[in-house]
Write a protein that binds this ligand. Structure first.
Ligand code: CA
Length: 231
């Protein structure tokens, strides 16, 4: 069963989300606050595939909740719900470990499409025989079976989206990859969001793998086009 946790204090919005996700085949757990969400999360440990977090919550806010959950779990998919007036970059939610965000007000079909797209990314695509098990580049080893990254023998924790992004980059060394191409490859052809999500994830990935993230050696920027893995 595809399991999703929705955290939203406004009961009518929460209900609307729950109904639409249930219709789309998800088992939905709901919480009205971050504190309640953490209790549910602890009780359900490991079995929640995706968390949908409203940013504005009474008590602990959604961004702090996002960071707290991400610290525990690098596999879970996290989508933030933001009001139109909140600039997601200012809020910093994506840097705190979210994979995507949806701006309010949203249509049920848009929300479900975004959740479906992320679900496909976070659920392991097991049994991929025929592919090589590892991608190696310099001192980086990306293990496609265990979905882990090691750099100089040290493991670096990646989210599932970061992993797929890096897999795509490392599979195409020294090749300029367009933001549009990265978007459809990693987020899916039917992704409704903006290309900015690519930049945010690259920035986060650089903070994890680059010695000097502001002067990256491994993930290069191809100005006005996209990014390149320097193999
Ligand atoms: Ca709210």
């Amino acid at each position: 069963m595809k399991k999703i946790l929705i955290v939203e204090d406004e009961a009518n919005i929460r209900e609307f989300v729950v109904i639409n996700l249930q219709r789309a085949g998800y088992e939905v757990l709901e919480a009205g606050s971050a504190e309640e969400a953490l209790e549910i999360y602890a009780a359900q440990k490991g079995s929640i595939d995706i968390a949908l977090l409203d940013i504005m919550l009474p008590g602990m806010d959604g961004v702090t909740l996002c960071r707290t959950i991400r610290k525990e779990d690098s596999d879970i998919g996290i989508i933030l719900l933001t009001a139109r007036t909140q600039e997601i970059d200012k809020v910093g939610g994506l840097m705190m470990g979210a994979d995507d965000y949806v701006t309010k007000p949203f249509s049920p079909s848009e929300l479900v499409a975004r959740v479906d797209a992320l679900y496909r990314r976070v659920v392991r695509s097991g049994g991929n025989s025929g592919f090589s098990e590892e991608l190696r580049s310099g001192s980086f080893v990306l293990n496609l079976r265990s979905r882990t990254l090691h750099h100089n023998e040290k493991q670096i924790d990646l989210t599932q989206v970061e992993f797929q992004l890096l897999e795509y980059l490392m599979s195409n060394p020294d090749t300029a990859l367009s933001r549009t191409g990265i978007l459809s490859r990693v987020w899916g052809e039917d992704y409704y969001g903006e290309e900015k999500i690519v930049d945010v994830n690259i920035r986060r990935l650089r903070m994890k793998i680059e010695e000097d993230p502001s002067n990256p050696r491994h993930i290069g920027t191809v100005w006005g086009f996209g990014y390149k893995w320097n193999g």
